[in-house]
Design a protein around this ligand. Structure first.
Ligand code: APR
Length: 248
């Protein structure tokens, strides 16, 4: 199923009436770039490991070499892929609003690669690193063969992503909260709407008076809440939405 031109017109009219836009994205926007989800990536050598072993602080403490190598592999997969027309449509939209915040649950860096500017990465970024014990940001990995590499303080270095059971980065949560309170429209793209806090963004924005537009190939947990539901792949629907918006 694909949304109709009338639905796109309705979405575009809502955008046209807004000066501030917040966008919330999930794994669906990167689907057409070919990014495997966490589970999709657990094939071959990795098929026998569960997320508790690969994406928790306890898993990392228990088997740091295994977890480090899993993330090396995921980074390799991600570095080979490019943003798709959905990511680029959001770059175009950013230029049309006085205030624009793109909040993503994705760690794949594709919004940055596409050229979006005001990005809030709720779950971190797989291309960044931090100190495991004290959370120092790590600008550059040391040039030696230790696996995992070590921070200047002696701690292990880990990927700067949010693992299961961890709290989200406070500055990202604060920036997201501000954007949701002040936006006139929230555009939600490719998220199942079941993982918090992002799952609550539509209700939060609506409570502050915003209209909500959703782009998703399937009905999601948030669809009943939204003002306009645009069904279809983000890589097709978002460029059409931008085109319709520009034609108004
Ligand atoms: N275009 C738009 N939406 C799509 C597309 C597409 N091409 N392909 C899939 N979708 C939708 C699916 O219908 C689904 O609703 O994207 C959503 C993807 O859902 P999830 O895989 O659950 O991703 P997400 O909601 O981002 O997961 C949230 O959970 O696994 C953890 O931390 C991880 O950040 C992730 C979080």
């Amino acid at each position: 199923m694909q949304c109709t031109q009338e639905q796109l017109d309705e979405g575009a009219r809502i955008l046209k009436r807004s000066r501030s836009l917040a966008v919330s994205t999930g794994a669906g926007i990167s689907k057409e770039s070919g990014i495997p989800t966490f589970r999709d990536a657990q094939t071959g050598l990795w098929a026998n490991y569960n997320p508790q072993e690969l994406a928790t602080p306890q898993g990392f403490s228990g088997n740091p070499k295994l977890v480090w190598e899993w993330y090396v592999e995921r980074r390799r997969m991600i570095s080979d892929v490019s943003p798709n027309p959905g990511h680029y449509a959001l770059v175009d939209l950013e230029k049309e609003f006085d205030e624009f915040t793109l909040i993503t649950q994705n760690i794949d860096n594709l919004h940055r690669k596409a050229g979006s500017k005001n990005i809030v990465e709720l779950h971190g970024n797989i291309l960044r690193f931090k100190c495991f014990d004290r959370e120092h940001p790590i600008e550059q990995l040391p040039d030696d063969d230790r696996i995992p590499p070590r921070c200047h303080c002696g701690s292990m270095i880990r990927p700067d992503v949010v693992w299961f059971g961890e709290i989200l980065p406070a500055d990202a949560v604060m920036k997201a909260g501000r954007a949701l309170e002040t936006c006139e429209t929230l555009l939600v793209v490719g998220t199942s709407g079941v993982v918090y806090p992002a799952a609550a963004f539509p209700a939060q924005a609506k409570a502050c008076g915003a209209r909500v537009i959703e782009v998703n190939t399937e009905i999601s947990a948030i669809t009943p809440l939204v003002d306009v539901y645009l069904q279809g792949p983000a890589g097709e629907v978002l460029p059409k939405l931008v085109e319709t918006f520009r034609a108004l």
